[in-house]
Ligand binder design. Structure first.
Ligand code: DQA
Length: 148
């Protein structure tokens, strides 16, 4: 069995379902976790799913993923637009990194158009709501399979 896919979620994503539902939808983060788990299981993979409002905690999981994960899916939320430290941590990984967003940041305010995380990501999935995560898991699974 390959190592799990780490799925990391940045600040405020714990409030999914309540937070700006017109942008982020009605599903909760627990719904997202369940759908990621099902999608990974379809590819005979497992996930490690985490959320934090703290930059350092997210960086801790990224560092853990260096040895414990087969791929990393990350919705960095607001930290994607601000965190050089998160980018630096991601750059230490040799496994594929897929960035994902529920909304399409490129179609929103100007400051959302750039993410530091993209500089380390193999690819980005944005704008499909929870399906962004499912597509990111599919991409991660395909990359894991290709490297096996
Ligand atoms: C987000 C988009 C970010 O710009 C924002 O800061 C978020 C959520 C998304 O999933 O669409 O918190 O990452």
């Amino acid at each position: 069995m390959p190592k799990p896919i780490y799925v990391l979620n940045g600040p405020n994503l714990n409030l999914l379902g309540e937070r700006e539902p017109e942008i982020y939808g009605a599903d909760t983060l627990e719904d997202v976790r369940k759908r990621c788990k099902i999608r990974a299981a379809a590819a005979e993979l497992t996930i490690e799913f985490h959320q934090s409002n703290h930059e350092g905690e997210l960086i801790g999981w990224v560092q853990e993923a260096r040895t414990k994960a087969s791929a990393l899916v990350i919705n960095p939320a607001g930290y994607g637009h601000t965190s050089v430290a998160l980018l630096d941590a991601l750059k230490t990984l040799e496994i594929p990194i897929i960035e994902c967003h529920l909304s399409n940041p490129a179609a929103r305010e100007r400051f959302r158009r750039f993410t530091y995380v993209s500089l380390a990501a193999k690819g980005v999935v944005s704008g499909f709501g929870v399906m962004s995560y499912e597509l990111a898991i599919d991409a991660a699974a395909a990359l894991v399979r290709a490297s096996a």
